[in-house]
Ligand binder design. Structure first.
Ligand SMILES: [Cu+2]
Length: 366
């Protein structure tokens, strides 16, 4: 007997323990990864509100969980099978009106009490803020967010720039491609540190308020599965103090840089408008040089491209190397399936010389 016991390989017994430790580590470390997308670290009033609801609800849920699980564990232990059981059934009970009323009424009261701040919160996230606010239109595309500032006639993408300490009212919809609402899909806007979560629905307008109390960068992402590159549809909110915000608005409302004639950048600008028998960049993008009002194409506005830090759904750093890779083969940088679905940006088979000139031009669009 004893031999058999010692012969059992010791590793077998420890495996569950190892797995448990690994699982706990993974859980703990995953929390360290991105503290920036954390609804438990609210950075403004519209995120504070859901936060102040999450905490008490979580505590109530925890108490209920411990109580119910505790009772289950207690009764399985208390009424476990014993050596001296004679095999007869325990006393059979059916129903206990008083208990049943108690455990129906208490949860009903808890739910009713939680419903009041929940409904209030939902409306305050969507209603017009009491103080002076700024409106930004948000358009969900497959798979990038576009922002339009109606007060300033500014179009931008991926990075939303806002003044700190000012309520911002997002007026949102979804369209795609070629701005055809019937082709759009549902997205969801979620920047956990600044606001609750709200869907963008084709053909409808939805609202969401957000505010950052301090300047800073706040991350978010599309929170409604919307197809192939859903995971590549990120949101960056840059909250600026008054001076930086004014400088940003002044830059965005000024026309794009037009490079001096004879330069590589100028050659890039020509190619941007005309690629021979290939589709021109200008047919999908807009670089506003001051004539007429800004009107967006199928792709992001590039007028002040280099004022942003990331591109293509805010997944790549905006630098020469990445831009070149993007123009040479967009599909290799972000799954879009342009060939099949016509979504995203096509591969225009650019030569090395064309790439040099186009990248130089884009880098000049500051
Ligand atoms: Cu999406």
């Amino acid at each position: 007997m004893r031999d058999r016991v010692t012969m059992r390989p010791p590793t077998r017994r420890r495996r569950p323990l190892h797995l448990l430790i690994l699982a706990l580590l993974a859980l703990g470390l995953s929390a360290c990864g991105d503290a920036e997308q954390n609804a438990l670290l609210p950075a403004g009033p519209y995120a504070q509100e859901p936060h102040d609801l999450i905490i008490p609800v979580a505590i109530i849920a925890l108490v209920v969980f411990v109580l119910v699980q505790g009772l289950i564990i207690y009764s399985s232990w208390r009424y476990r099978e014993r050596a001296d059981d004679d095999g007869s059934l325990p006393e059979q009970v059916h129903g206990n009106t008083r208990l049943e009323i108690v455990w129906t009424v208490i949860p009903a009261l808890i739910l009713a009490a939680i419903a009041v701040p929940t409904v209030q919160g939902i409306f305050s996230q969507m209603a017009e803020p009491d103080d002076d606010f700024m409106t930004i239109e948000v358009i969900g595309h497959r798979w990038w967010f576009e922002y339009y500032y109606p007060d300033h006639d500014i179009y931008t993408a991926n990075e939303m720039v806002i003044p700190a300490n000012t309520p911002v009212r997002l007026q949102m919809t979804a369209t795609d491609p070629a701005r055809d609402a019937s082709q759009g899909v549902i997205h969801s806007f979620w920047v956990p540190r600044l606001a609750g979560k709200q869907d963008l629905v084709p053909g409808q307008t939805t609202f969401l308020n957000l505010q950052a109390d301090e300047p800073g960068r706040f991350l978010g992402m599309c929170a409604e599965y919307c197809g192939l590159s859903h995971a590549n549809m990120r949101i960056r909110v840059e909250a600026l103090d008054d001076g930086d915000w004014q400088a940003w608005v002044d830059n965005q409302t000024s026309p794009a840089t037009v490079p001096d004639e004879g330069t590589l950048e100028a050659r890039g600008r020509e190619l941007y408008g005309d690629l021979g028998d290939r589709q021109a960049c200008a047919s999908c993008h807009q670089v506003w040089e001051g004539d007429g009002s800004r009107s967006p194409g199928q792709g992001p506005d590039l007028t002040h491209l280099m004022s942003r830090q990331e591109f293509a759904g805010a997944i790549h750093d905006l630098d020469a190397e990445n831009l070149r890779a993007w123009l040479a083969d967009p599909e290799s940088m972000k799954a879009m399936n342009y060939e099949l679905d016509g979504i995203g940006m096509p591969n225009l088979n650019l030569t090395d010389d064309e790439l040099d000139a186009l990248v130089a031009y884009l880098l000049a669009l500051d």
